[in-house]
Design a protein around this ligand. Structure first.
Ligand code: NAD
Length: 257
């Protein structure tokens, strides 16, 4: 039997890379879709060298036509499509007075519109293949409770939980589920950048920046990307077939919902 196929955006590093590697271990063939083509190719090559099946695809998730083409390419080259993970996102620090129309458009297109473009592309392919599928969107603990200084990021992550619920209702009749995952503070390049900015704003060093985050975590430590990937593995696999419209919070107990 051929492998199930997962298309993962932002999979060239951080949480996305970890998700790709975990889904390969689960038996999926994966498309590593990312703006950073060089890094995406390195991840795909490394997975292939270890015996997995992976291809790298260049993608700017805010480009609707590009997303459609990339999903079709993945389905053609990997022989199907079963799971879309809309993982790519950006998280600039945005005190209210710093927000411009240009920045608003950029963050909302990359974080929110991308999920819709991805869903449109994946749903069309699921239907053409005559089966359902799974859509999994990256939210955040910052999409469960508003986070200071992250007006744009935090509000896009609330929007992702909302569009996931709508998709769950609209797509159930086609055998498609839609769920989100909400990481806490994960040790990735994105988080290191945020910690750096917070530290610079406060006139402190990066270590201080990271420590300001761990104090609000019930489990008392930051998250590994693999711990988020474990939750996504559940959402991508058949053990979660009777689950849709939900946000799986994997944050070490930052938010209790
Ligand atoms: P990261 O910045 O380390 O990696 C993001 C990847 O997405 C990079 O490979 C980058 O090239 C790619 N990317 C960025 N813009 C893109 C675009 N327009 N098109 C295609 N690819 C693009 O980020 P991460 O920390 O791994 O975060 C992954 C997801 O998890 C994001 O949606 C983020 O908001 C969410 N998240 C992260 C954390 C955390 O603590 N790191 C917490 C909660 C949620």
């Amino acid at each position: 039997m051929s492998k199930e196929v997962a298309f993962i955006t932002g999979a060239a590093q951080g949480i996305g890379e970890s998700i790709a590697r975990r889904l390969v271990a689960d038996g999926f063939a994966v498309a590593i879709a990312d703006l950073n083509t060089k890094l995406a190719q390195q991840v795909a090559t490394s997975i292939s060298d270890e015996g997995g099946q992976a291809i790298a695809i260049h993608l700017d998730v805010s480009d609707r036509e590009g997303f459609e083409a990339a999903v079709h390419q993945a389905a053609d080259e990997l022989g199907g499509l079963n799971v879309l993970v809309n993982n790519a996102g950006i998280a600039p620090t945005t005190p209210i007075d710093s927000i411009t129309p240009e920045l608003f458009d950029k963050v909302y297109h990359i974080n929110v519109a991308s999920c819709i473009w991805g869903m449109q592309a994946a749903v069309a392919v699921f239907k053409s293949l005559g089966h359902g599928g799974k859509i999994i969107n990256a939210a955040s603990q910052a999409g469960v409770v508003g986070n200071a200084n992250l007006m744009l990021y935090s509000s896009t992550k609330f929007a992702i939980r909302g569009l996931t619920q709508v998709a769950a209702k609209d797509l159930a009749k086609d055998g498609i589920t839609a769920n989100a995952f909400a990481p806490g503070i994960v040790k990735t390049p994105m988080m290191m950048d945020i910690a750096h900015q917070v530290a610079v704003n406060a006139g402190k060093d990066d270590e201080w920046g990271m420590s300001t985050f761990s104090k609000d975590i019930t489990l008392g430590r930051l998250s590994e990307a693999s711990e988020v990937a474990a939750g996504v593995s559940f959402l991508a696999g058949h053990d979660s077939d009777y689950m849709t419209g939900q946000t799986l919070i994997i944050d070490g107990g930052m938010q209790f919902q």
